[in-house]
Write a protein that binds this ligand. Structure first.
Ligand code: MN
Length: 422
């Protein structure tokens, strides 16, 4: 069985004129709400959220009931700010802890929207249960900035989620199996910005009365500047073993447990803290990172880029091969020239002179000249040279065998032997 004993304190701080925070504590439900918005907006938002929580007490014994109450508070604030222009833009954070009886025993369920925090203080360790919904905290979770940089980040006070801004609102839920002696601290950022984790640990380990400890923490926040409203709720757990009633189940408890990173550890480190099962806590990026997804994405991207590279290179290589793999014979003035490439070029590959032969157009039969002007293509340089040599040989044979005329019939025989195939 779990019995809770709580104390709380709230204060306007040293700088503000109005306290827009609202705290709440019943026997099993506890909350801190940090309102924002000009004029009366902030106060209205935080107090109306707590009002709705109080009116929903009967249904806060289940997770669904808790989430529903927060959605109702959200809707009602959205509605009020739409209906009353002087309240436009108001909103509030809310961190709620509710003791729930479950099949696995008593569980403390923490619901959170915004940057008010829930901490667990167990055996000298202080760990944050909630994840802040603020720009700087999200940058830290993404790994873009360090915890240290977040403390000085210009947008450290800008929250990314609140009740009353949009409908519906996303609520983070954390479940905690309480151990005897656990202390839960709920607070607004007016405390966490002013009082360090070490200082909180000092207070929680020395002042056993939750009200005294709450007042002391508020006093320290004020002493450190009190730049914002300060609110604290401390809940002490008295847990007595109830498993005697159900001995068969005591070894079958489903652990709602995952280690929390301690913010502040006691000097001699005590055994690691099994505590929480965070739900809906991770952002998309964090989850992808945890699952190793970014690595997969990187490999896929690299594979894809390599594939594109190969296709581009392959196409370029083929065009180059096509454009430069052949030779052609043509005339340049009176000279017969062999070019490498294709007549007229292909894309950006223009033909280049491979060889200026020693043969002139005068040393070739006139009947061959029209073909030469049309650019004769040969598959290799040697075949192109061979072609020119044959033309010249044909000319000299014709001149020596028939010095006077060149009858068409006499040409037929030598030509067929002369490999003039185009
Ligand atoms: Mn605040």
């Amino acid at each position: 069985m779990t019995v809770l004993r709580a104390g709380s304190a709230t204060d306007v701080g040293q700088v503000r004129n109005v306290n827009q925070d609202t705290v709440f504590a019943s026997a099993t439900v506890f909350a801190v709400a940090d309102g924002m918005g000009g004029h009366a907006g902030g106060e209205v938002a935080s107090s109306s959220a707590v009002d709705i929580l109080e009116r929903s007490l009967g249904s806060l014994g289940t997770q669904e009931g808790l989430i529903e109450a927060l959605q109702m508070a959200n809707e009602s604030i959205v509605e009020a700010s739409v209906n009353d222009p002087s309240l436009a833009g108001m909103g509030t954070t809310m961190v709620v802890a509710s003791l729930m009886a479950t099949d696995h025993g008593d569980v403390l369920t923490v619901g959170n929207v915004g940057d008010s925090r829930g901490y667990l203080f167990r055996k000298g360790n202080l760990s944050q249960i909630t994840a802040d919904h603020s720009i700087s905290a999200e940058l830290v979770r993404e790994g873009s900035i360090s915890e240290k940089e977040a403390k000085h980040h210009p947008q450290r006070h800008v929250i990314t989620r609140a009740l009353g801004i949009s409908d519906p609102v996303k609520v983070d839920i954390f479940e905690l199996v309480l151990a005897d002696g656990d202390r839960i601290l709920l607070c607004s950022d007016g405390l966490s910005n002013e009082v360090s984790g070490e200082e909180i640990v000092r207070v929680l380990s020395t002042l056993s009365d939750p009200t005294e400890a709450s007042l002391d923490l508020v006093q320290r926040a004020n002493a450190n500047g009190g730049a914002d409203n300060i609110s604290v709720v401390i809940i002490d757990a008295l847990v007595t073993d109830t498993h005697d009633d159900e001995p068969t189940q005591s070894h079958n408890v489903v652990p709602l447990i995952a280690p929390l990173p301690p913010i502040v550890e006691p000097e001699p480190a005590i055994t690691p803290e099994p505590a929480l099962e965070p739900k809906k806590r991770e952002g998309w990026f964090a989850r992808r990172r945890r699952l190793g997804a970014p690595r997969t994405i990187t490999f896929r991207v690299i594979f894809f880029l390599v594939l594109i590279g190969l296709v581009v290179y392959g196409s370029w290589y083929f065009v180059r091969w096509y454009a430069t793999s052949s030779y052609y014979v043509t005339t340049n003035g009176t000279q017969i020239v062999i070019y490498r490439g294709r007549p007229g070029g292909v894309l950006w590959f223009t033909p280049s002179v491979a060889e200026v032969t020693t043969t002139t157009t005068a040393e070739v039969l006139p009947i061959r000249l029209p073909a030469l002007h049309g650019d004769v293509i040969e598959p290799s340089l040697s075949e192109a040279k061979n072609y020119v040599a044959n033309l010249n040989q044909e000319y000299r044979q014709t001149i020596t065998t028939t010095p006077t005329t060149t009858p068409a019939s006499s040409l037929a025989a030598p030509l067929s032997q002369l490999n003039l195939a185009v």
